[in-house]
Each structure stands twice: as C-alpha cells, then as structure tokens.
Design a binder for this molecule. Structure first.
Ligand SMILES: *[C@@H]1O[C@H](CO)[C@@H](O)[C@H](O)[C@H]1NC(C)=O
Ligand SMILES: *[C@@H]1O[C@H](CO)[C@@H](O)[C@H](O)[C@H]1NC(C)=O
Ligand SMILES: *[C@@H]1O[C@H](CO)[C@@H](O)[C@H](O)[C@H]1NC(C)=O
Ligand SMILES: *[C@@H]1O[C@H](CO)[C@@H](O)[C@H](O)[C@H]1NC(C)=O
Length: 481
C-alpha cells in the first residue's frame, strides 16, 4: 500500500519557520472570506506564539501532524507546513495531503463550507481524529446538519454554544461595539420620518435563501412602510454617491450614518439555526437602530438586556408585527426603552458579558489569536493529551486508562429543515424557486451524510463510491416500504 511509501518521506526536512513575520496571501483570504470586522492586519499575527504552559521541547520530527484537508483555509503563510507552539504543547500543521495516511498524522481539519462527502479522506484511519471548523451559515452545507455526518467529527468549532470551541459571538467584536456610537436622537429620527423615510429599513441582496425571508417581508410590506434598498424586494434607490457603492458600503461612514436614521432594521438571517447569529443582529444595535430579528430561535439568551430587539417569531403574523411597530413609531418613550443598553452599565445579560470576557480569540484584537489559529491550537492540545494518555496506557496498562472517545452530535450543528418564511408549505406553488431548492437540498444532504457514513463503515478507500453507497441505501429503504 501507498502508506508505506509515504511513511519514508523525510518530514524532518520541513523547516522550522517560527519567528518569520507572516502575512496572509490574498488568495487565501478570498477563500476564507473573513468577516469585515476582522482587520487585514490581524493576519500579520497569524504566526506562532508559545503559550506560557508550553515547555514542549520535541523536535519537529517528533510532533503529531494536523492536516488541513481544506487547503484554502490553512491559516499560515508562506508555505504549506508550519510548527505551531500552542499554550500547552506543539504540533506540525500542514496542508500537504501527501501525509493523509501517515502514522504521525493524528488529526484532519475540515472547513465546513468546503466539506464534500465525495472528497473525504478515505479510508478513515482509526488512529486519526477529524476536526470541523464551520462558522458560516448552515445554508453553505446542510450535510453537517445531519447526525450521520456530524458524528464523524471528534472536535468542532461552530456557531453553536454546545460546540467544543464555540464561535457564537464571532460577529460581535467587543462590548464597546454595542455601546458606541450613540444612537441618532429620536428628535432627528422623527424629523427624517416626517421628511419621508419609512419607519423600517430592509437591505438585502441575497434573495433565494433557506430562511425564505423575502416571503415574510413581502407580506409585512402590505401593512407597514418599508424602505428596501437592496436587490431583494427593492423599492427605493440609495441617495447620491451611496448608490454606486451599494455592495461595498457596510463599513462606509456615510452609509452608516444614512441607515442609522431609521428606527427599525429588518434583520433576518439567511438560514435559521440555534445560535447562528451574525452582523444582521449586531450591526443595527451598534448603529442605534432596533433590530426586527429572525434567526436563532434562542437569540434572547445573547441580547444585551431584555427589551433590546424585536423578535419576529413572538408575533402571530406580519400584520400583528406591523401594528406593534406602528405603535412604537408613535410612542417615543416606549421606543427609547429599546436603546437603554447604550447607556453605561445597562448591559445586564451575564451570559453575554461572561462569553465576551472569557473567549480566548479576538475579533480585530491584535493581542489575541484569531479563532482559526485558536481552534488549531485547541485540536493540537487535545491531540497531545490523547497521545500522551495512549502512550502511558501502553507502557503501564494496569495504572493508566486511555481517554474515552469523543465525538460530536447534532447539538454541534443540527440545523432544521428549511421552512417557508411565511404561510404553510401547502400554500406555496410547485414552481416556486424556494420550494424547488431548499427542502430538496436538505434531504439530498441527508443522503450524502448517510452515504459517507456507509463508506467509512465499509472501510472504503475511494470516496467516488459515494453514489454507489447512496443508491444501495435508497434501494434498501424502498424495499422496506
Ligand atoms: C511542562 O512543565 C510542567 C511543570 O514543570 C510539567 O508538569 C509538564 O509535564 C511539562 N510538559 C511537557 C510537555 O513537558
Ligand atoms: C472519533 O470519531 C470516530 C467516529 O465518530 C470514533 O469512532 C472514534 O472513536 C473517535 N476517536 C476518538 C479518539 O475519540
Ligand atoms: C408559476 O405558475 C403560475 C400559474 O401556474 C404562473 O402564473 C407563475 O408565473 C409561475 N411562476 C413562476 C416563477 O414561474
Ligand atoms: C481498511 O482498509 C485499509 C486500506 O485499504 C487496510 O489497510 C485496513 O486493514 C482496513 N481495515 C479494516 C479494519 O479492515
């Protein structure tokens, strides 16, 4: 087998490049699509740092290898291989797939959006763990929302709080970001209302998404005025120079002060999943506008205080929501209550404060690692612990036990079947583009998850056999019915 040939590749030739000043390749950045709040300069810090608890004196040759299967996300530059000295121990990390079956390769790291069952590294070796990094929308890969797929991973970094390395607040840079700048005064907001601005802003250019948000907003628009500037449900043009830059204006100060005049911002995520919360929620709060939110069903757990966002799902209908927004539009004192969190000391949610305080990664914070490097080190330390325990157990089985196996489950992703943004599924015509896309995508993803699990159970080496396994499973299911 090819494993033997690869085993003699002289890994010692890989040079230690610690100490080099790193900068990120723009091509890599394009693949990663870092959030806009993540400063470019932060990538300059992507190099190694040695944690205070790391007295790992092993040479590169002796370190376990972590293989980035999603090469485009490899968080080091330049080169394909790097030594990382983490808080407690060290590893070699590489994106060179030649080491896939190498005995020293102890973990394989995947980026969720790129993860494809038909490209999985097979055969799956019993000594290797799989690690999943997925901070993006559930819509990018519903395969991971199915039990048979997520259970293949031993470590996860996802937006869910139940993940091993949770990224729930990835879009909230700091507490300060919520508190500043101050909101546009109500006096001024009311003047803009009189000058013709609608009470509600919608700004969306990604229209065909699993959450089917446009169907809801379209219904809402029947009952309350909404200014919609994006491609979806567009009914208004941005003024002056903002029009030309409408795709790249998110952090433009002129654009920010324009949208900050609105009382309410519609803030609907593209996919619905517990703890999938993006800038859609935090940006309006930063700007001092009240988000009218649909996304994570448990979002209230993370809000700065009670009464700081309006949750679409707590209203029985778009009409009821519209009536509530109209009443708030007329009631200044009641509206102001929603902006109370902007005042000093008024963020009362202990869970939010604690999570911001204790997370080890930073967003635009040079003094902390970014979460990609942070997760890489999390895996490195876990793998070193596991290998140490294994060695101790091999040497003295009577006195040492190996660490118990660990694997992820649906609480690490587990996003639900997409459902219509408004109305029952039976009311939607067959030729509707949402119904032709997302429910199917979800169920086909389940086939792929089961197919991959079957490939691994049968110790297949060729991921191309995925379709064959899916056919077999489908035939068996049909025969049973
Ligand atoms: C590092 O040092 C501590 C305390 O001196 C020791 O307990 C630990 O085993 C050392 N770790 C390694 C990887 O050598
Ligand atoms: C990793 O996950 C796999 C598949 O779910 C499992 O069989 C294996 O025991 C796990 N490995 C470790 C070290 O926990
Ligand atoms: C769907 O079908 C209806 C009538 O059968 C038609 O009026 C409508 O234009 C069609 N919509 C699309 C998106 O093709
Ligand atoms: C799985 O397949 C690999 C390579 O094809 C082989 O070396 C290994 O022994 C197989 N493992 C089992 C448990 O059959």
């Amino acid at each position: 087998m090819a494993v033997l040939a690869w085993a003699v590749v002289p890994l010692g030739l890989w040079l230690l490049r610690a100490g080099l000043c790193h900068s990120q390749d723009p091509a890599d950045r394009a693949t990663f699509k870092p959030q806009s709040v993540l400063a470019d300069t932060e990538f300059a810090m992507a190099g190694t740092y040695r944690g205070p608890g790391n007295n790992d004196t092993r040479s590169n040759k002796q370190l376990p290898i972590l293989l980035w299967w999603s090469a485009g996300l490899f968080p080091h530059f330049p080169g394909d291989t790097e030594r990382i000295d983490c808080a407690h121990s060290s590893c070699l990390v590489t994106r060179n797939r030649k080491v896939q079956l190498y005995h020293r390769t102890s973990a394989i790291i995947f980026y969720g959006t790129d993860f494809r069952a038909y490209e999985a590294p097979l055969p799956r070796l019993p000594h290797q763990t799989w690690a999943l990094f997925h901070e993006e929308s559930p819509m990018n890969n519903y395969v991971l929302s199915h039990g048979p797929a997520i259970r293949l991973f031993n470590y996860t970094a996802t937006f869910r709080r139940e993940s091993d390395y949770p990224l729930t607040l990835q879009w909230l840079p700091t507490l300060e970001y919520l508190l500043t700048p101050p909101a546009v005064s109500l006096l001024e907001k009311n003047r803009w209302r009189q000058a013709g601005l609608a009470p509600v802003l919608y700004l969306q250019s990604h229209c065909d998404v699993p959450s089917d948000r446009d169907r809801y907003v379209q219904e809402l628009m029947k009952y309350i005025e909404v200014d919609s500037y994006g491609k979806c449900l567009n009914n208004k043009r941005l003024p002056g120079r903002l029009e030309d830059t409408s795709t790249a204006t998110e952090e433009d100060s002129q654009f920010m002060s324009f949208v900050a005049r609105y009382k309410f911002h519609l803030a609907l995520e593209n996919g619905l999943c517990p703890d999938y919360i993006t800038e859609k929620l935090w940006r309006p709060m930063h700007q001092g506008c009240v988000p009218v939110y649909r996304g994570s069903p448990s979002v209230a757990d993370w809000l700065p205080r009670e009464h700081s966002a309006i949750l679409i799902d707590s209203f029985p209908s778009p009409l009821a929501l519209a009536e509530y927004l109209q009443a708030l539009d007329r009631d200044d004192a009641e509206y102001e209550r929603f902006l109370e969190y902007k005042n000093p000391g008024r963020v009362t949610n202990g869970r939010l404060l604690e999570a911001l305080q204790s997370r080890e990664w930073g967003v635009s914070d040079m003094s902390k690692p970014n979460y990609l490097n942070g997760f890489e080190c999390f895996v490195c330390n876990k793998e070193n612990q596991r290998l140490t325990a294994q060695r101790a157990q091999r040497r003295a089985p009577a006195t040492h036990t190996a660490l118990p196996p660990r694997m992820a489950d649906n609480s690490h992703m587990g996003c639900p079947l997409p459902s219509p943004g408004y109305s029952g599924i039976e009311d939607i015509p067959d030729n509707d583009s949402w119904i032709q896309t997302w429910p199917q995508d979800y169920w086909q993803s389940l086939d792929q998850a089961e197919g991959l699990e079957s490939l691994i159970r049968h110790n297949e080496s060729d991921p191309g056999l995925l379709w064959h396994h899916i056919q077999r499973l489908t035939a068996r299911r049909t025969a049973r019915h």
